[in-house]
Design a protein around this ligand. Structure first.
Ligand code: IZC
Ligand code: ZN
Length: 423
């Protein structure tokens, strides 16, 4: 048979374990790195994986010589706030002056300032802006992304944001998973009437389902935002309506959102910087993926990071994400997050690769479709201009992706060296 594409002369092919469940505890420490490898693609799917020697006997319409570099599955970013209006660079000075994140929000800034800008923006403007950010994510090697709403906090603007995500799904071949985060902050008119506001957000779920605008529902469970009881009540209703659930849990204060996520069978519990011992233990007994966001901890200038070591050594499934958003983590670069995971979360290279591929995919319900490469799966992969798989967390803050493929087609390629104009 003649394949569509043969990718050969791969120095290291990163093959996270294909599993029906997220990798937990010690399973995260294992990573198959196949040396001198090759693989072939037909109809956008992986059709064959083997040794470079065996690949010489295959025929393909097109070939890519990787020249001994590294190839991995496309990365998965399972927590982003992709669609928003405006930006918040003026808040950096407040941060430098020591004003805490929740204080900026309490003053009507933070999330609420992005809400104002998102209300003012047209769908087309939001679409253009989100496309720009999404393309940048792709350029960093990401082929599956979760995108949250939550900068509307009213029917019209939340639906506008979700419709932008839907248009992005139609325009780009990457896997884009949509999450309704209407419970992201308490709008100014609803202080003291949080339950009423949450009921209004729940009332949108039928419409969201009808238009297929989101697969998950999320809530920001935090001091000054939504309480644990409100979050439980809200997420239960979302479950009843047939949505998957996620939760912004224990980011700043240990309210118990981690335990709540595990007890409700949430797909993920995200942040967990302040999670208690009990919360961490509850993860290991569940299938809920701990989505850690060290870029946010870094950006907020905190000294203490999520206790990834205790989570993994205790048997939990950990994934990593950018948390890309206009306030608390302004980067599309998941490779940078891989470096922070090594340096601040003390995760090993093997754990990090599993956390940005297979486990990240499970955190967004795509565990059997994204994050791994095996015959029959969608051929989403990245050619990395690095000598080995340890190199990416090590050399930080830059882009090591050379080519990004989605469904067997080249989606992005780095500009060639020699682009610098020398006189
Ligand atoms: O816009 O500040 N934490 N939500 C919860 C965010 C950060 C995003 C933002
Ligand atoms: Zn978030």
């Amino acid at each position: 048979m003649t394949y569509d594409l043969l990718v050969y002369n791969i120095g290291q092919l990163i093959l996270p374990k294909c599993s029906s469940k997220p990798l937990k505890g010690d399973e995260m420490k294992e990573l198959l790195v196949k040396e001198k490898a090759a693989f072939a693609i037909s109809d956008g799917k992986v059709a064959w994986i083997g040794s470079d020697g065996d690949a010489q006997h295959l025929t393909a319409r097109e070939t890519v010589n990787v020249q001994g570099k590294v190839v991995s599955p496309g990365l998965v970013d399972p927590h982003t706030h992709l669609v928003f209006g405006g930006s918040r660079e003026h808040e950096l000075a407040l941060k430098q002056a020591g004003v805490p994140y929740l204080e900026i929000l309490a003053r009507g800034g933070g999330i609420l300032s992005s809400v104002e800008a998102t209300k003012k923006a047209t769908l087309e403007e939001l679409m253009m802006k989100a496309s720009f950010h999404l393309e940048r994510m792709i350029s960093f090697g990401v082929t599956a992304v979760e995108a949250k709403s939550g900068y509307g906090l009213d029917r019209e603007t939340e639906l506008k944001q979700l419709r932008v995500t839907k248009q992005l799904q139609e325009r780009y071949p990457v896997q884009l998973v949509s999450t309704f985060l209407g419970a992201h902050a308490v709008p100014s008119g609803y202080k003291g009437s949080e339950a009423l506001f949450l009921d209004e957000m729940i009332d949108l779920l039928d419409e969201i389902k009808e238009e297929q605008l989101a697969e998950y529902v999320d809530i920001f469970c935090e001091t000054g935002v939504f309480t644990l009881d409100q979050s439980r009540n809200f997420l239960r209703k979302a479950l009843d309506k047939g949505f998957g659930i996620k939760i912004h849990a224990d980011e700043i204060d240990p309210l118990g959102g981690t335990e709540l996520a595990a007890s409700l069978g949430a797909a993920s519990a995200d942040h967990l910087v302040a999670a208690s011992d009990h919360g961490i233990n509850s993860l290991s007994e569940s299938e809920t993926v701990a989505v850690l966001l060290p870029g946010t901890t870094f950006y907020l200038g905190k000294d203490h990071y999520a206790r990834a070591r205790e989570m993994i050594d205790g048997g939990a499934a950990v994934a990593l994400a950018t948390d890309f958003n206009p306030g608390s983590c302004v980067t599309e670069n998941l490779q940078l997050i891989m470096s922070l995971a090594a340096l601040k979360l003390k995760m090993t290279a093997e754990e990090i690769w599993n956390a940005v591929t297979v486990n990240a995919a499970f955190a967004i319900g795509k565990g059997t479709e994204a994050g791994t490469l095996e015959p029959g799966k969608q051929a989403d992969f990245v050619i990395w201009d690095v000598p080995n798989y340890l190199y990416i967390p090590y050399h930080y803050g830059v882009n090591h992706a050379e080519q990004v493929y989605c469904k067997g087609n080249k989606l992005w390629e780095r500009a060639a060296y020699g682009a610098v104009q020398l006189s």
